[in-house]
Design a protein around this ligand. Structure first.
Ligand SMILES: [Zn+2]
Length: 113
């Protein structure tokens, strides 16, 4: 389960940010998990709770946003939306697609007090 490793990294990043801003606590964290990333939101939430225990982010409200998948279709010459990796282009049904968005895991926002 690589969500545990990712959560550990995330918890370390949050602690570093909080320390930089001399924050006593982190009350809210917004994570972006693209639908094309290989990260499971539910598992991530579970691991996040475990990894932030006894840290400044303990009990922080976690919001997970899931930006849709995006790809560049070489045949249409346009950006199209895809639901998962390996999908064909919704316009021309071609397969010459390059994924351009929705595959990242990103710390989008955090609220410090
Ligand atoms: Zn196309």
């Amino acid at each position: 389960m690589h969500e545990m490793a990712l959560s550990r990294e995330l918890a370390a990043l949050i602690e570093a940010e909080a320390a930089k801003h001399r924050a006593a606590r982190v009350t809210r964290v917004v994570l972006e998990i693209g639908v094309l990333s290989h990260v499971d939101g539910g598992a991530m939430a579970f691991c996040f709770d475990a990894c932030t225990r006894d840290t400044v982010a303990e009990g922080a409200a976690l919001t997970i946003e899931q930006p849709p998948g995006q790809a560049w279709c070489l045949d249409c010459g346009d950006t199209v939306a895809i639901g998962k990796r390996g999908d064909s282009c919704p316009c021309c049904h071609g397969h010459r697609l390059m994924v351009t968005g929705g595959e990242d895991l990103r710390l989008k926002e955090m609220e410090l007090v």
